[in-house]
Design a protein around this ligand. Structure first.
Ligand SMILES: Cc1cc2nc3c(=O)[nH]c(=O)nc-3n(C[C@H](O)[C@H](O)[C@H](O)COP(=O)(O)OP(=O)(O)OC[C@H]3O[C@@H](n4cnc5c(N)ncnc54)[C@H](O)[C@@H]3O)c2cc1C
Length: 455
């Protein structure tokens, strides 16, 4: 006889279909929960998204999204669903200066961090003096304690780093990884980036680049997989309010006034929406009030279509320029060669407007890529996500809440929660897995959803 007959399944409503919500829903569904995922837009993926370029009809990304081999949870998420093959590993990094010279960074068959020794010693954009300073700086950074924090520029100045070391090495890596201006970067997350990417494992630095648009990557196949595991997905349904009932259960009120009852809520919306959706009950947990301390930064991507290729490199870090990273996105059906130049932490730049951004990037490119002079720009388009991510500034963890709240049955997920990671897809997936673990733990189920770090 099945003694569980008649046992009511706990209902968890996950609000938000970004990577955090998707990861939470997927992790919960296999463990006896009834999971309902509600997303206000007509598609999933949240900030990792694409739109239709009206000129070509192509689906293009709001911005190139890059992951790395050290993103073990994102990788697990994609592999479990069966979309991992849409992400291509790139074992090389190219760094180029405006004189067109390129240095290749590629791991050799040596233990970390020596795998980069040859690339580093060969780097044309650093003098010997800078290489010595940087090696010393990296070693000293490795020796700092994981929980230490301080304004990173001060730390660099106190640890033998010259202005050029900062401009040519520390800043290009950190501004892209953290979407935070150098003046605000803290030691804690700077350390995390360099230790995780360069020190822990010889493969950790390898880039993962989607070979399909983001809306395709995080699209139909993810929905089908979630539905197969039992998740009910409601797209195009915005949650208006979340209310706590007298019996400590929850009600989720949709824009169309429909009410869904739940035992648990995973609020996986951007942090700016959390207090608003909770209304007066937000005051029951001071951590929710602390979210006001988080600051955001924009990311700008300059989309360029040329009549011929301007480089055969798949991606290039651009030094001494406004454009930070160029990605080759291939040829479309109209025989146009598509590139994206990405500029993180672009607040200052945006003051001059998108037309100026396009002109500035176009004025810079010929010195990096001689073939730009021969090519014709068919069209250019600048896209800025104004609140792309929170800034991983010095002391930011004070404002990042845990996934468990002080309000029974309410859990938070999102890249902004305490994940140990900056605002990334990896951080978002981690937060979803952590929220799922806490819900299951509360039901007496010890399930490990979070994947181990790379060693
Ligand atoms: C321009 C740009 C470039 C980036 N580049 C990178 C990169 O290279 N590498 C990287 O790792 N990360 C990158 N990121 C960051 C990455 O996209 C995010 O960290 C991650 O996608 C956040 O996921 P999330 O689930 O936490 O939040 P979101 O993606 O914001 O998801 C929240 C979801 O909640 C939904 N929602 C909001 N309100 C409601 C409501 N009332 N009812 C129902 N649903 C609601 C939203 O529509 C959204 O789908 C980039 C981000 C941007 C914007």
């Amino acid at each position: 006889m099945d003694i569980k007959l008649g046992t009511k399944k706990a209902i968890t409503v996950v609000i938000g279909g970004g990577l955090a919500g998707l990861a939470a829903a997927g992790a919960l569904s296999g463990h006896g929960q009834k999971v309902i995922l509600i997303e206000s837009k007509g598609k999933i993926g949240g900030r990792a998204t694409s739109f239709v370029d009206t000129a070509s009809g192509d689906l293009i990304d709001n911005c190139q999204h890059v992951s790395m081999k050290c993103c073990t949870n994102l990788q697990y998420f994609c592999e479990e669903i069966g979309i991992g093959h849409y992400i291509k590993d790139e074992p090389s990094m190219f760094w180029r200066t405006p004189d067109g010279k390129t240095s290749l960074f590629k791991g050799a068959q040596l233990p970390a961090p020596l795998h980069f020794a040859k690339s580093f010693l060969d780097a044309h954009f650093l003098s010997w003096n800078e290489k010595i300073r940087l090696s010393l700086g990296m070693a000293l950074l490795r020796l700092t304690k994981e929980d230490e924090d301080a304004p990173f520029l001060e730390w660099l100045a106190n640890h033998f780093q010259s202005q050029r070391c900062i401009e040519r090495f520390w800043a290009p890596v950190l501004i892209s990884a953290l979407n935070t201006p150098m003046e605000k970067v803290g030691l804690h997350y700077a350390r995390k980036v360099f230790v995780d990417v360069f020190w822990k494992n010889t493969k950790a630095y390898q880039l993962g680049l989607p070979v399909v648009p983001l809306s395709r990557l995080y699209g139909e196949e993810v929905i089908t997989w979630l539905e197969k595991t039992g998740v009910e997905i409601r797209l195009g349904s915005a949650v208006k309010k979340v209310g706590l009932k007298s019996d400590s259960s929850w009600e989720v009120i949709l824009d169309n006034s429909e009410v869904i009852n739940a035992d648990n809520i995973v609020l996986a919306v951007p942090f700016q929406r959390v207090a608003d959706l909770l209304g007066p009950i937000a005051h029951l947990d001071p951590a929710i009030g602390m979210l006001q301390g988080l600051r955001t930064a924009p990311i700008t991507s300059v989309h360029l279509w040329f009549d011929r290729p301007i480089t055969d490199l798949p991606h290039v870090v651009l030094l001494d320029s406004i454009g930070q990273w160029l990605f080759s996105r291939g040829k479309n059906d109209q025989e146009e060669y598509y590139y994206q130049v990405v500029i993180s932490s672009s607040a200052e730049l945006l003051k001059s407007g998108h037309d100026t951004v396009l002109k500035t990037v176009m004025a810079e490119l010929p010195s990096f890529f001689a073939d730009v002079a021969k090519a014709q720009l068919i069209r250019g388009r600048v896209v800025s996500e104004k609140q792309a991510t929170f800034e991983s500034s010095y002391g930011v963890d004070e404002f990042r809440p845990m996934q468990t709240t002080q309000i029974k049955g309410l859990y938070l997920a999102g890249d902004y929660t305490q994940t140990g990671w900056p605002a990334t897809m990896e951080g978002a997936v981690r937060s979803g897995y952590l929220a799922a673990e806490r819900i299951l733990e509360n039901e007496g189920k010890r399930v490990r959803c979070l994947q181990p770090d790379m060693r």
